[in-house]
Design a binder for this molecule. Structure first.
Ligand code: AHM
Ligand code: MG
Length: 340
């Protein structure tokens, strides 16, 4: 078959054997995510009609309350996964606690848990800027046949069996990995089909883009400040270009294609940064590493951090390997200075 015409469905079937565990189950899982993504995509694309159709909190013409899109996306993903009975638990950035699926089913046969940020960067929706969905899949660690426990979700990122994101951008793309490289699929909205458009995605070794919210500059650790100054210096291939959308999926996606680094460091205002280890950093780190990139908290590999709570935050440095290594050098140098 012509590679250019390969659909996501065909790709999943062809690559079933590369999934380390039961292939059928994974195919069903990715199918559920693909379906939910198309529904969310439809809702996101209508967001510009908010003045016509009514804003969140309003009542629409059928007398139904209009929901905020992030709440709606959360419900769509959870409902789609629940209906298909393929996971034993879901944790979402939008929910305080994890959700147990089939809690009344004595069998509890499903082996996977899904962690999801249903609509990341949702403050961008009102101004027609790209947003995304991020997901992460693990095998449960507690025995099959029992209800899921917190420890099934608090696994280090290296245990992920799959992770991906959807970017609702100028076109809608689904990008995922099962630990055998990263592949990107673009939605043809006319027929609702994803096509393999970006096979084997790879970060360039280095790049010319740095992405950070520089408005927080004075609150950053000195190591981060020094690295930002290094990016701006007129030397060798620098100064780099500053690009920051404020929508992690979009900033990450651009940097992976063009070469760059994304930073959300800790600051004197946010002691662990802003991004969530389980819903944002771990899945993005898995994708980054599978695409020749790197992800750390400035000192430690993200995927080796042992999570202690569902909504914990970590500083995030992610991108082209040489750029992340250079930022880590600045962080280490400053730490050494402080320890002297
Ligand atoms: P959210 O989960 O509340 O949407 O926040 C996450 C988003 C990321 O997409 C983005 O990179 C970051 O927050 C931007 O934060 P800031 O506005 O502080 O730069
Ligand atoms: Mg988020």
């Amino acid at each position: 078959m012509d590679k250019k015409n390969k659909t996501l469905g065909e790709f999943v079937i062809e690559n079933q054997t590369s999934f380390q565990y039961s292939s059928g189950e994974f195919s069903r899982l990715i199918n559920a995510i693909r379906l939910a993504c198309k529904v969310v995509n439809h809702e996101v694309n209508k967001a510009g009609l908010v003045d016509i159709l009514g804003a969140a909190g309003d009542t629409n013409i059928q007398g139904e309350d209009q929901q905020k899109l992030d709440v709606m996306a959360n419900e769509i993903f959870i409902q789609t996964l629940k209906n298909r009975e393929i996971v034993c638990g879901i944790a979402s950035e939008e929910e305080d606690d994890f959700i147990t699926i089939n809690s009344h089913d004595e069998l509890h046969q499903n082996k996977y848990v899904v962690l999801i940020d249903p609509l990341d960067g949702s403050s961008n929706i009102d101004v027609n800027v790209s947003v995304g969905t991020i997901f992460s899949i693990y095998r449960r660690v507690t025995p099959v046949g029992t209800p899921v426990k917190l420890e099934d979700f608090l696994q280090p990122g290296i245990n992920q069996v799959a992770a991906g994101y959807i970017v609702y951008g100028t076109s809608t793309m689904l990008v995922y990995t099962t630990g055998h490289g990263v592949n990107g699929f673009t939605l043809n909205p006319a027929i609702g089909t994803f096509y393999l458009s970006h096979p084997d995605m790879q970060y360039p070794e280095t790049g010319k883009i740095y992405s950070v919210n520089e408005g927080n500059y004075i609150h950053f650790h000195q190591g981060v400040k020094d690295y930002i100054k290094y990016c701006q210096l007129e030397e060798e291939d620098r100064p780099y270009t500053s690009r920051y959308i404020g929508s992690l999926v979009s900033d990450f996606h651009r940097n992976m294609i063009k070469g760059g680094i994304y930073l959300y460091p800790k600051s004197s205002m946010a002691s662990n940064g802003k991004l969530r280890l389980l819903y944002e950093c771990n899945p993005m780190a898995f994708i980054a590493e599978q695409a020749n990139g790197k992800a750390s908290d400035g000192f430690t590999r993200i995927m080796e951090i042992q999570p202690t709570e569902l909504h914990e935050r970590v500083p995030f440095f992610c991108g082209s390997p040489k750029m992340v290594e250079k930022a880590e050098e600045f962080m280490a140098r400053q730490r050494d200075r402080e320890n002297q």
